[in-house]
Ligand binder design. Structure first.
Ligand SMILES: *Cc1c(COP(=O)(O)O)cnc(C)c1O
Length: 225
């Protein structure tokens, strides 16, 4: 077994235990393998081990790595988990199956226009900046209800859930709970939260998707995004 296959097996086992202790079925939580900064060759063993859902945070980087991987593994699903600029929307729609970082009205408008144009309608998650951090994307939590309604009713976007990245220096649980409550209030089925260091806590708070990078692929270069 490759190191990556062993890591995937270990994470999957921990996810199942966390789900069970929260009284949830293990198959209600999906693993998003975050492959940002890692080369196509480094990602391949994860695909060979059966992992099919991946997250990337940059459109250009995904464009350089994923066409060949998707050709070899056509049922791989790619999720955008980093900020999306409106001038990259068209390209993003050709690469990604899910956009997890819809966080402002202008982006909603451009996504709606370009989806209609491309006749491609990837699921969208509303990113919420639960810690109100200046350097992070995401809609302010006080405006999240309004943003969800705007995206669904005004722009008719396929919004299926919510996503957050809690502050690194705080207990994540209050952020996770806020996000899960927001999803429940709007009848949204997808709650994307939890990373290598806190995915078990996220599962206990209701995550349906955990985004795990370094615990699968190893640590990233120090100044990588
Ligand atoms: C990098 C990243 C992750 C994965 O982080 P790890 O700590 O390596 O598991 C998850 N979510 C987002 C949005 C990221 O940018």
């Amino acid at each position: 077994m490759s190191d990556i296959a062993a890591n995937l097996a270990a994470i999957t086992a921990r996810m199942a235990r966390a789900a069970q202790s929260a009284g949830r079925e293990p198959d209600t939580v999906s693993l998003v393998a975050v492959s940002k900064t890692h080369s196509a060759e480094a990602i391949r063993p994860a695909l060979e081990a059966g992992q099919r859902i991946f997250g990337e945070n940059r459109v250009q980087e995904a464009k350089a790595k994923w066409p060949e991987l998707k050709a070899a593994f056509p049922n791989a699903q790619l999720r955008l988990i980093g900020p999306l600029q409106t001038n990259k929307v068209r390209e993003a729609l050709t690469l990604f199956d899910v956009i997890e970082t819809l966080d402002r009205p202008k982006l909603a408008r451009v996504l709606a226009e370009e989806m209609a144009r491309a006749d491609r309608f990837p699921q969208c998650l509303i990113q919420v900046n639960t810690g109100r951090e200046a350097q992070k994307g995401g809609v302010d939590p006080a405006l999240a209800d309004q943003m969800i309604t705007l995206c669904r009713t005004e722009y008719r976007l396929p919004v299926t859930g919510v996503m957050c990245i809690p502050p690194a220096d705080e207990a994540p649980e209050p952020h996770f709970r806020l996000l899960a409550e927001l999803a429940a209030r709007h009848n949204l089925s997808v709650v994307s939260m939890g990373m290598s260091s806190d995915f078990e806590a996220a599962i206990s708070c209701g995550a349906t998707h955990v985004r795990v990078g370094s615990a699968i692929f190893g640590s990233r270069p120090p100044h990588a995004p």
